[in-house]
Write a protein that binds this ligand. Structure first.
Ligand code: 5CA
Ligand code: ZN
Length: 416
């Protein structure tokens, strides 16, 4: 499906160092992409409600990674899915007496405009589950050919024991896995399963629900196989980073990786690294569509707020932290943006005329690159710009304005 328009990314002098990110699977910092071409798969939205600050924070985090990769000289291939058919979407459409396709289409359009407003770089491929049905079907057939599926009342399950490396993303014990699976779309208590953790691969058609033909009979795909099939089709069997919020570590990323290793008969298939963002909360509770405690990007934009102030609010927190969205945080970011803009105007002045310090721009550039290469340390990067702004507002960084504007734009996605 269509992505959204790309913001300009200014060219910068020199080159960024290699970015390290925290890898959930190995619990260590690691070079995010060792090769020339960097490949990223970020799990996309389930479009049954508008983009909230939790979504925005995770997509801005991966946006920093892509910008850092480009700044380090990598080519980037970025793929994202849209879960445009799934339980919560069908339930919401049913509740509101709306066609599920209409609901999905409207929310996807809103998501695109929110991402564009926040200057998030678009994926090269934005792939909906519905349009990916033929490739999901082929992927499922490969799993069936490997003898790793079984039927239960016409539903098809994946046997997790087919993958000797199952568990190598989350490293959780079985009891915790079962608990999380039950919370996050799984059915560990369903009688008749070979193992409680086995995820559904293909759900037989339910009355009143959409279905697609397949060799298993009419139905629709399970959630995890959607991402396994799309990621490996558009990025190749092995790619650099699988990214998502921390609520996706188990079962989603664990299961997608297991599906891919078994379907492709390749123990190295799927992501080399797993990046997970912390949860954005409201009043101490995870912001979630199911709880309804949401702050929407589109609402703040409709109220006339500056999208760059929203982006700066998100960047004030390290992506791996859990944090609360607050009015105070948003007001502080709005002030910070105004201060940076005033500083850039002051620093646009000609260095020779002011007796200033144009080299301050290069120092800011190098310090920003260094902070972001260190596990996307956005709060540290904002501190670098704050320090420069204080000097610039005092007239001490004349001539550095153009380079700092370009660096803040290209690296942080903030247009001053
Ligand atoms: N469609 C699936 C992924 S294949 C899905 O999880 N969709 S979602 O709409 O629920 O979430 C989209 C992305 O936002 C996921 O990476 C999810 O982990 C992240 N996310 C959801 N809620 C929050 C939150 N409160 N804070 C941070 N990230 C969140
Ligand atoms: Zn996913």
């Amino acid at each position: 499906m269509d992505s959204w328009p790309a913001p300009d990314v200014p060219n910068l002098p020199g080159r960024a160092p290699e970015t390290k990110i925290w890898d959930t699977a190995t619990r260590a910092l690691a070079i995010a992409a060792p090769g020339l071409q960097a490949r990223l798969y970020a799990c996309g939205i389930t479009p049954y409600d508008a983009t909230h600050m939790g979504h925005a924070a995770t997509y801005v985090a991966w946006d920093l990674l892509i910008r850092a990769w480009r700044d380090a000289g990598h080519g980037v291939i970025y793929v994202q899915n849209v879960t445009d058919v799934d339980e919560p979407l069908l339930e919401r459409a049913d509740r509101d007496g709306e066609e599920w396709q209409e609901l999905a289409e409207r929310e996807i359009a809103l998501y695109r405009s929110d991402m564009a407003a926040l200057r998030v770089l678009p994926p090269d491929e934005l792939i909906g589950a519905v349009e990916a049905m033929p490739l999901i079907e082929r992927f499922n057939q490969r799993l069936a050919d490997r003898g790793s599926v079984y039927e239960l009342d016409a539903d098809i399950y994946f046997t997790r024991f087919a993958d000797p490396d199952f568990g190598s993303v989350s490293w959780l014990d079985t009891a915790t896995m079962a608990e999380l699976a039950a919370e996050r779309g799984g059915d560990p208590a369903r009688p008749g399963k070979k193992d409680p953790l086995d995820p559904v691969l293909w759900m037989a058609e339910r009355p009143g629900e959409p279905s697609w033909p397949s060799d298993f009979g009419p139905g629709r795909p399970g959630w995890h196989v959607e991402c396994a099939a799309i990621a490996t089709r558009y990025l190749g069997e092995e790619f650099d980073v699988q990214a998502g919020g921390r609520d996706l570590v188990f079962p989603h990323h664990e299961m997608s990786a297991a599906h891919a290793r078994v379907a492709l008969a390749n123990p190295d298939a799927f992501a080399r690294r797993y990046a997970h963002a912390g949860m954005v909360r409201l009043d101490g509770e995870k912001m979630s569509k199911s709880l309804g405690n949401l702050v929407f990007v589109s609402t703040l934009l409709a109220d006339g707020n500056d999208p760059m102030a929203i982006r700066l609010t998100l960047l004030a927190h390290h992506y791996r932290q859990d944090w609360d969205w607050t009015d105070e945080g948003f007001a502080a970011a709005t002030d910070r943006l105004a201060a940076w803009r005033a500083a850039a105007m002051a620093a646009d002045a000609d260095e020779a005329a002011q007796g200033g310090n144009g080299a301050a721009g290069l120092e800011v550039l190098e310090a920003l690159r260094e902070r972001i290469a260190d596990d996307l340390d956005a709060p540290g990067a904002l501190g670098v710009v704050d320090d420069w702004a204080a000097v610039a507002l005092g007239g001490g960084a004349a001539g550095s304005g153009p380079l700092v504007r370009a660096a803040v734009d290209a690296i942080l996605g903030i247009e001053l």
